[in-house]
Design a protein around this ligand. Sequence first.
Ligand code: ADP
Length: 401
Amino acid sequence: MQLVLVVNSGSSSMKFQLIDIPNEKKLVRGLVEKIGMENSSYRIIAGNQIEEKQIEVKDHRQAVEIALDYLTHRSPVHLNSLSDIDGVGHRVVQGGSTFDKAAFVTPEVKEKIREYGIMAPLHNYANLAGIEACEALMPGIPQVVVFDTTFHQTMAPEVYHYGIPYKYYEKYRVRRYGAHGTSHKYVSEKAIEFLGVQAKGTKMIVCHLGNGSSITAIKDGKVVDTSMGFTPLEGLMMGTRSGDIDPAAVMFLMEQEHLTPKEMDEILNKKSGLLGVSGISNDMRELEDAMTCGNKRAELAHKMFIYRIKKTIGSYVAALNGLDVLVFTAGIGENNDYVREMICQDMDFFGIKLDAKINHGMDHLAEIGEKGAPVRILVVPTDEEMEIAKETEELVLSRSK
Ligand code: ADP
């Protein structure tokens, strides 16, 4: 069995999955929560076996210890030793413009992750804590990093530059990087495989619609443009993020309300979007429940969410000079047929025609467009962990050849 352990460490949590790669099978999944806080706990699932505990977890090292202790002692998937694991794949959010593919962890790579932490402070340092814990506890086992920004590295300079003095790019590397790259890559490749077409020559738009949302335009299997920018704040309106806003409005609000950059950042990232406009929730299901009860602000937030997606799709059809495949993924994209219907409504000019009947209730890999329509529309469940595992295994195998 070829096994990869995927580790996704956040500032106060760590998720892990043990994946049997050739069979694309998830053997064990775990979540350690509230690391370094009161009430920390973990939950590990393997088949129908569940282990959960409230236990003090001081740091990421201890979280990794919990995972490894389970895997070597109590997991129904028997490991003789940790060396049964081919490699560990770590999710890293920001890889700047240095990494155009997955990389083995080295002191230089760690230094870069640290350096890029200035752009993703909530993520990169936590990712690094997970990496260092695994290095210490799993000596000799290859550690690999897979960056969320990698898939977007093919964007052209005119796409990723902002219209600000060039010196800020030179000094601070301020540019569009995008995010959700691992998801967009996995989903676009699954779509190509499902349709039995070649990536070369295919023009595709992937809508990753979750609590965080982004859209990516892909041609010949390569990213042409993506809606998130220097940080995940840019682009679509999201659960709690504003998405695009006139920067002058931000400065105006900071002046009027005497807000520090940190406070403004908190408003735009955590208190805006569906939550901020509706005043009800960042969760699309709760928003739709409120709409059903006639709540006008919930309806406004919903309409804004849809409108911005439509507008982005339109601009990406222009960027691609056409469209062959439109894909929906992530929590909302995979499960919310009403949102998909609203997005595809009045888009027939672009050849986008949804089959309302097939779309209804669809929540798995399937084609949901009208037969014979110019654009093929798909639902493709995303799986970032599987993508990380695949890229980790590929890199590990390439070294052992
Ligand atoms: P995150 O960006 O946090 O990973 P998700 O991809 O889980 O977010 O998406 C969260 C959103 O997806 C929420 O707005 C939620 O309403 C919606 N969602 C998730 N699961 C379902 C479901 N089974 N049915 C309808 N909506 C869902």
